[in-house]
Design a protein around this ligand. Sequence first.
Ligand code: MG
Length: 291
Amino acid sequence: MKFVAYHHHGQPGVGLLSNDGLQIEPFDIPVAQRAYGALSIIESLAEGDKLPTLLAPLALSEVKVTAPLPKPRRNIFCVGKNYHAHAKEFAGSGFDSSAKSGGDVPTTPIIFSKVPECVIAPGEAIVIPAEVSTAIDYEAELAVIIGHGGKGIKKADAMKHVWGYTIVNDVTSRDWQSRHQQWLMGKSFDTFCPMGPYLVSADELDGTNTRVRCFVNGEERQNASTTDLIFDIPTLIETLSAGITLYPGDIIATGTPVGVGIGFKPPRYLQAGDVVRVEIDGIGSLENPVR
Ligand code: MG
């Protein structure tokens, strides 16, 4: 199933996308919960509850689709340098504060986070804060959504904790990422986490074997399979949950393939007027203009 969060006549809602992709069946849940998109439903499913009652369908064309988890409860977990070719391009860019000589490819996962408030909807503008930084880059990524939480989750059990998947664009200020060494600020500027359009359940999509692509103004920049991840999804869940309890609705962005703007010489940063589109097979297409 595909969850879609939306606004309809200014009111938040969340529902199931029909198989033909043309309609939404809204869930009958309180308005306070609807503001969090699919979060309360993932939480109640993790408690063993059934899906909420469905209301009369709406046409998808009548609503404005938002991020499926527009207000994550806490930071989005992210993984740095998790595709071999990207690790090499980033280490060679001169902007990599984590690079050690002779070690382009990490031997343990590099985990950082983005603050929840930087999440934006499909179609919403990525804003370049020109007075702060103009070295703004895209990163197409598959995001894992946790269903059942837990601590000390082992690799062999990890996929049972995955509710499903969505797309994120891990937008980054490269000069802030480099200068401040810790990545949180350069990854968390306002508008720097486009997310969506749908949240697809794990029974409909094998996130361990799907294709991630990114286009800037229609030009393909990134194209890789998640089978090329250095640290696969079970390893990421085992690593994160070793010391940190994971909760339903937690988001793990799994890393970006080769082809980011910093990998070009000279770098090809995003410019006002650009349009960035991220596509993942089985989920759909996340497109955002740049302002
Ligand atoms: Mg990233």
